[in-house]
Design a protein around this ligand. Structure first.
Ligand code: PRP
Ligand code: ORO
Length: 229
C-alpha cells in the first residue's frame, strides 16, 4: 500500500469515527462543570466510547476501520493475540480479535486478591505478540500499566490500539514511545471538532469553550481544579 492510500484511509477513518461518535451521543461538552478524568486532568469534554456497544452497525464499521488501521501501521500478521484493558477495552478487544481472527485475552487493572491472583485472563504464552486494545487514551498512562502486566506474563507488547485519542496532552505519544509502546488510533478531538462544526452538532459557544481547552489543556485543567503537571 502506498503512503497516499494509507493517509487517505486514516482521514476517511477519522471522519467516519468522529461522525459515529457524534451521532450515537457519545460526545459530551460541558465547559461550565469540568469532568475530572482518570488521569486527574480537568476537562470540559468527555467521550463515552462505551456507548458503541449498543450500536451494532456502528461498532462493526469501527472495528473494520480498526483492523485496517492496525494492519497498515503495524503490519499484516504482526500479532498473535489481542488483549483488552479492563473494563472498557474488553468488548473492543473481543470484536477486533474476531475481525483479525486472533485469540483474545483481557488484562485486569489490578490482580485479583484471591484465586490465581492473575492479571491476564485467557491463554497467554511466552513470546506471544500481543496487541493491547482500549476504548480511548487521554495522556496514555493507563496503557503503560496494562502493557507492563502483559510483559510480566512473558508476552511481547509493543503496540496499543484505541478508537479515540485525545491528542491534546503534550508528549503523550512520545512518553509511550519511551516505554516502547506505539499508539494507534482512529480519531482525535481535532476530528470531532471539525465534524461537529461542519454538521452544526453543538451551539457555537460550546465549540468555542472546547477550543479554549484544546488550545491550552494544562492551563484549562489548572483553572478548573484538575492536575497541571
Ligand atoms: O489513562 P489513559 O491511557 O489516557 O486512558 C484513559 C482510561 O480511562 C478510562 O478508563 P477507566 O479507568 O475510567 O476505567 P473503565 O474502563 O473501567 O471504565 C478509559 O477507558 C481509559 O482506559
Ligand atoms: O480519562 C478518562 O477517564 C476518560 C475520558 C473520556 O473522555 N472518556 C472516558 O470514558 N474516560
Amino acid at each position: 500500500m502506498t503512503n497516499e492510500t494509507s493517509t487517505a484511509h486514516c482521514s476517511y477513518a477519522a471522519k467516519t469515527v468522529a461522525k459515529i461518535l457524534l451521532d450515537i451521543g457519545a460526545v459530551n461538552f460541558r465547559p461550565e462543570e469540568a469532568y475530572i478524568l482518570t488521569s486527574g486532568w480537568a476537562s470540559p469534554v468527555y467521550i463515552d466510547c462505551r456507548k458503541l456497544i449498543s450500536f451494532p452497525r456502528a461498532r462493526r464499521k469501527v472495528m473494520e476501520l480498526a483492523a485496517r488501521q492496525v494492519s497498515d501501521k503495524a503490519g499484516y500478521e504482526a500479532f498473535d493475540a489481542v488483549a483488552g484493558g479492563e473494563t472498557a477495552g474488553i468488548p473492543y478487544s473481543a470484536w477486533l480479535a474476531d475481525v483479525l481472527d486472533l485469540p483474545m485475552q483481557y488484562v485486569r487493572k489490578k490482580p485479583k486478591g484471591f484465586g490465581r491472583k492473575a492479571r491476564i485472563e485467557g491463554d497467554i504464552h511466552e513470546g506471544q505478540r500481543v496487541l493491547l486494545v482500549e476504548d480511548l487514551a487521554t495522556d496514555g498512562a493507563s496503557k503503560v500499566n496494562f502493557v507492563n502486566a502483559i510483559r510480566e506474563a512473558g508476552a511481547e507488547c509493543r503496540h496499543a490500539f484505541v478508537v479515540f485519542f485525545y491528542g491534546v496532552f503534550p508528549n503523550a505519544l512520545e512518553e509511550l514511545k519511551k516505554d516502547d509502546i506505539e499508539l494507534h488510533y482512529l480519531a482525535t478531538w481535532a476530528d470531532i471538532l471539525a465534524v461537529a462544526e461542519e454538521g452544526k452538532y453543538f451551539p457555537k459557544k460550546a465549540i468555542e469553550g472546547v477550543r479554549a481547552f484544546l488550545a491550552d489543556p494544562i492551563g484549562w485543567s489548572k483553572a478548573h481544579g484538575g492536575k497541571h503537571d
